[in-house]
Design a protein. Structure first.
Length: 103
């Protein structure tokens, strides 16, 4: 499952602010469907923000994060026109990636 990410990066003074909205079901494995069968766990386990080739933020998530999670990060540096990427991996081997340029 290649997940979609809406991402925006904006220079604010000396900081760059990155906002990302990731489309993902983030199932805990604790819910049941209408037939009473368990819905398998399916959630993002790792997410990273990269400025060029440098990782500026990396996190390990679990099942407690809501569906379609929003991520906001600020980091020092970055210039207008630089590339910023957000990438994630989930517990089923799926990945998602979004890229934008700093405004």
């Amino acid at each position: 499952m290649a997940g979609r990410i809406k991402i925006r990066a904006q220079k604010k003074g000396e900081l760059t602010e990155v906002k990302a909205l990731m489309r993902h079901p983030m199932e805990t494995g604790m819910r049941k469907d209408q037939a009473g069968e368990s819905i398998p766990a399916h959630f993002i386990t790792e997410v990273a923000v990269l400025h060029g080739d440098q990782t500026v933020m990396q996190a390990h998530w679990g099942a407690a994060v809501s569906a379609n999670p929003f991520l906001g990060v600020r980091f020092q540096g970055g210039q207008a026109g630089d590339a910023v990427r957000v990438v994630w991996t989930d517990n089923q081997g799926g990945t998602g990636e979004g890229e934008t340029t700093i405004r």
